[in-house]
Design a protein around this ligand. Structure first.
Ligand SMILES: Cc1ncc(C[n+]2csc(CCOP(=O)(O)OP(=O)(O)O)c2C)c(N)n1
Ligand SMILES: [Mg+2]
Length: 892
């Protein structure tokens, strides 16, 4: 899309060209830009009608979008703001440098914030609202590895102490510690958005802006001027998540969203686009998508040169140079720029003949000029009808001099030598003694100093400090126990799957006064798969512009109803986008002061392994809500095969510390878990979220056994005790999800054919059982002189008889999680290996998790334990129609 501006066609008749251009200039001057635009439109149409191929050029010249004549004067005190910025720069640098001097290798970044300082400071002094009246303020996504700058500012504001700064990246030593990057989990009163995994900030911020509109349109929050600001790296833009959702922002007309890309032209290893121009590329991409794009490339000191550039050669030169060259121009000083840049054409060389090399070297880039940045932000904030991108050209390592300015290795630069520190100190005029400076001493002028007073006053005017995470107290009522009771009586034909039962529960919750409106169902184009299509009509699909057409199915019950205050978020086929929306909804209690309870239901296979990093960031954000893994299980989802059948989400779920993952078998189990989840997350304010596997196999939903609730929540309960009293052997069969039914069938076969009594348990969560057991073990380890406590799983299974055969529709390692608390007894049957396209019967046979496999595993284990005749066990394999030499499904 990006057209090389060097590839312009040759001008065959320059005189004619000049006449046309002059005519245009006269129109602009005499009639204004709107008239010029109108005429160009007319010309374009005429040209098209005459068969002229129009050049598609979505990028403009490599100059500022806002011309000097369109600028407003700077409203702040530039001298004071420069002082504040210098102090912030110093403290940020000192923090990282000092820490690495005394703790080699602890890390941190200097160069990123050095490039970003003006972009943030103009925001902090003039744009970022800490609040809107009694409403929370703007939502700012900071470049993660610029965190030292954000800490340094908070230090000057008096929000962080010198102790804090001394404990940067020493979270486990001094208190209070400062986390390396923005992590709400680690600094819950400070950071709001974890951004350091590149690409998550951009996509999360887009859906944040969409969710803000959703809350406004549904009347859940008042409409304010609140903005979402996302500060992004130019290297970061290569992540697919960074640009993959930019169309959403246009479609949704998100004029509450502003992206600022810090275009320092470098990433970690070297230039982002040495041979091209990242700014032009981003301009084309975003402008082509419909964003309002503002380029802020050159500082005010260039304006005089532009004014004198009557030949147009300066702009031509700027268009021609590639980023690799621009980087050298900053790395190599004024004489080099005079020779290699301006010297390329006599006209441009002339422009700077009166300037010294130092003056040339200090010509600023737009992102370092507060006036240019202010005007870009002002235009962004005032823009209506869509999102704005500000492309700000900066210098990586600005102010680091030879220690790193625009040098390839600068990203990794964590320490500055004494000479470099001295240079930095002098350049930014930090009034501390040289020896203190060399040691990286911090500097904060007194509270009464003009600098501190000014910055405090600016923040007061703008409604408070940022970033600032402020969760509200609970607004959510407990779910009445009757709701569970409604699901505890067992089903009548036609019997539902656990997915259908869950959808019934969801609808029931949505009808509850108080809680109902807080529920946010999120679906990535799978509502019909999960039997949710009747909810379209009842609750409406959120559409910011309402429904502009009459749906073809308007006259049927389950019509596709879109509405401005629709409750359902139908995201389309974007698991990443849905996860980002889930994140906005799951953290609304901290960002908007309102409890919303998201249920994101999706094809489980396209969850953890597809958007795992977003799930991790959700946990970091202290998000609340329910991830509902639909079409679960490697054998229960029949027919779909290798790429669809999920047998490992529960395993991946176990890696997320605050995620409680469940694998319920029956409708009442889900109801119990969801009710408790709402209580823990929303009433008691625990920081956790839920993953619940739901399946699409229809079967009789039984009545809830008396007293099962506690076990359901802890992870295991006895579902059916065998009444085969005369049996020679007794065993324990553990099932999860639909495998409970296979265990029940196996129990019957074992009793009838082999005289083995089998008690059947439903294990709703191996993950939770293991976590509790590990917690208890840790306590025992650290309290050796006190009586040992017993893990719940051990307490439950210890007194039971015989081997424990545990079947699930997941990998065996899920069940293995409890092995150490039932020594020598556990046999796990699971679905290790790739999926296959076939039906449930064949899949379960293939993966050896069906009733026959459970019977065989039971007898085999009894035989190995010396409790059953080995020959009979071997014979049973034939009786169960299993080929003992068949290929191992784990590698098939
Ligand atoms: C997903 C991901 N991959 C890699 C990294 C490691 N990393 C951190 S910063 C960085 C370079 C960032 O360059 P850019 O986005 O241009 O930011 P700048 O520091 O130049 O402002 C990299 C590769 C990361 N944080 N996240
Ligand atoms: Mg960069």
């Amino acid at each position: 899309m990006h057209q090389q501006l060097t590839e312009r066609p040759v001008d065959l008749d320059p005189r004619e060209t000049a006449e046309w251009l002059e005519a245009l200039d006269q129109i602009v001057e005499g009639m204004g830009p709107d008239r010029a635009s109108f005429l160009l439109e007319q010309l374009t149409e005429r040209a098209r009608a005459n068969g002229v191929t129009l050049p598609i050029r979505t990028s403009t010249d490599y100059v500022n979008t806002i011309k000097p004549g369109q600028e407003v004067p700077y409203p702040g005190d530039r001298a004071l703001e420069r002082r504040i910025k210098s102090l912030t720069r110093w403290n940020a640098m000192a923090m990282v440098s000092h820490q690495n001097k005394h703790d080699d290798g602890i890390g941190g970044h200097i160069a990123t914030y050095s490039s970003l300082a003006t972009l943030l400071e103009v925001g902090f002094n003039h744009f970022f609202h800490g609040s809107y009246g009694d409403q929370p303020g703007d939502l700012v996504y900071f470049q993660g590895h610029a965190s030292p700058g954000v800490y340094a500012r908070a230090f000057l504001e008096g929000r962080l102490s010198e102790d804090h700064l001394n404990n940067f990246r020493h979270e486990l030593r001094g208190t209070p510690g400062l986390s390396s990057y923005p992590h709400p989990w680690l600094m819950k009163d400070f950071w709001q958005f974890p951004t350091v995994s590149m690409g998550l900030g951009p996509i999360n911020s887009i859906y944040q802006a969409r969710f803000m509109r959703y809350l406004e349109n549904r009347g859940m929050i008042p409409t304010t001027g609140r903005k979402v600001w996302a500060f992004l790296g130019d290297g970061e833009m290569d992540e697919p998540e960074s640009t993959g959702a930019i169309g959403v922002a246009v479609r949704e007309k998100l004029d509450n969203l502003i992206f600022v890309i810090n275009c320092n032209l470098q990433r970690l290893d070297g230039p982002v686009r040495g041979n091209g121009k990242i700014i032009q590329e981003m301009e084309s991409l975003f402008r082509g998508s419909g964003w309002n794009v503002i380029k802020c490339l050159w500082g005010g000191d260039w304006d005089a040169l532009f004014a004198r550039d009557t030949s147009g050669k300066l702009v031509q030169l700027m268009n021609e140079c590639v980023d690799g060259e621009y980087q050298s121009f900053k790395a190599k000083g004024g004489a080099y720029v005079r020779k290699e840049f301006f010297g390329r054409y006599p006209e441009t060389a002339k422009l700077v003949e009166d300037m010294t090399d130092e003056q040339i070297a200090s010509l600023h880039r737009g992102g370092h000029d507060p006036l240019k940045v202010y005007n870009a932000y002002k235009a962004a904030v005032e823009h209506k009808g869509g999102p704005t991108l500000v492309l700000a050209k900066t210098v990586k390592g600005y102010g680091m001099g030879e220690a790193g300015e625009a040098r390839n290795p600068t990203h990794q630069n964590k320490k500055m030598n004494e000479k470099a520190i001295e240079y930095f100190k002098n350049r930014f005029e930090i009034p501390i003694p040289d020896d203190a400076a060399r040691d990286g001493a911090f500097y904060r002028p007194p509270e009464s100093s003009p600098e501190i007073a000014y910055m405090q006053e600016r923040r007061r005017v703008l409604g408070g400090y940022l970033p600032n995470r402020k969760p509200v107290a609970s607004q959510t009522k407990e779910i009445p126990a009757e709701v569970v009771t409604e699901f505890a009586g067992g089903s009548k034909a036609p019997h539902p799957s656990t997915t259908m039962a869950f959808v019934g529960l969801l609808k029931r919750l949505m009808k509850l006064p108080e809680v109902g409106k807080r529920i946010v169902p999120i679906i990535p184009d799978e509502a019909r798969t999960f039997g949710m299509e009747d909810m379209f009509r009842t609750y409406g699909i959120y559409a910011s512009g309402g429904q502009l057409y009459k749906p073809h199915d308007a006259d049927v019950l389950f019509t596709y109803k879109e509405s401005k205050d629709g409750q359902i978020l139908e995201e389309g086929i974007t698991e990443a986008g849905s996860m980002a929306e889930f994140t906005a909804a799951g953290t609304a209690y901290a960002n908007y002061g309102v409890d919303t309870i998201p249920f994101y239901i999706y094809y489980s296979m396209f969850g953890f392994q597809r958007v795992g990093d977003l799930i991790w960031a959700f946990a970091d954000s202290r998000g609340k809500g329910f991830l509902m893994g639909g079409t679960s299980g490697r054998t229960t989802l029949s027919g779909e095969g290798l790429q669809h059948q999920d047998g490992h989400s529960l395993l991946l779920a176990s890696t997320v510390p605050t995620l409680a993952a469940y694998d319920p078998a029956f409708a009442y189990e889900t109801a119990v878990i969801v009710r408790e989840g709402i209580r823990r997350m929303y009433v008691d304010r625990e920081d956790l979220f839920y993953y619940i596997a739901v399946y699409n196999e229809n079967y009789q939903q039984p009545a809830m056994p008396e007293g099962a609730e506690a076990g359901i929540l802890k992870g295991i309960y006895l579902f059916k005790k065998s009444d085969a009293v005369k049996a020679k052997n007794r065993v324990q069969l553990l099932g999860s999800g639909p495998m409970v039914n296979e265990a029940l069938k196996a129990a019957q076969i074992l009793a009838e054919k082999y005289s083995v009594a089998a008690d059947v348990w439903s294990v709703t969560s191996y993950n939770e059982l293991r976590r509790e057991a590990l917690k208890v073990e840790r306590w025992n380890r650290l309290h050796p002189a006190e009586p040992a406590k017993k893990p719940f799983v051990q307490e439950v299974l210890e007194g039971t008889e015989g081997p424990i055969i545990a079947a699930s529709d997941y990998m065996k390692v899920v069940q293995d999680q409890i092995a150490q608390w039932v020594p020598g007894r556990l046999v796990a049957l699971g679905t290790d290996g790739f999926g296959r396209s076939d039906n449930r019967t064949h899949l379960r046979k293939h993966f050896e998790v069906d009733a026959a496999a459970i019977v065989v595993a039971t007898l085999s284990k009894l035989a190995r334990d010396g409790k059953f005749d080995a020959k009979k066990a071997a014979k049973a394999i034939g009786e169960m129609e299993i080929d003992p030499e068949k290929i191992d499904p784990a590698i098939a």
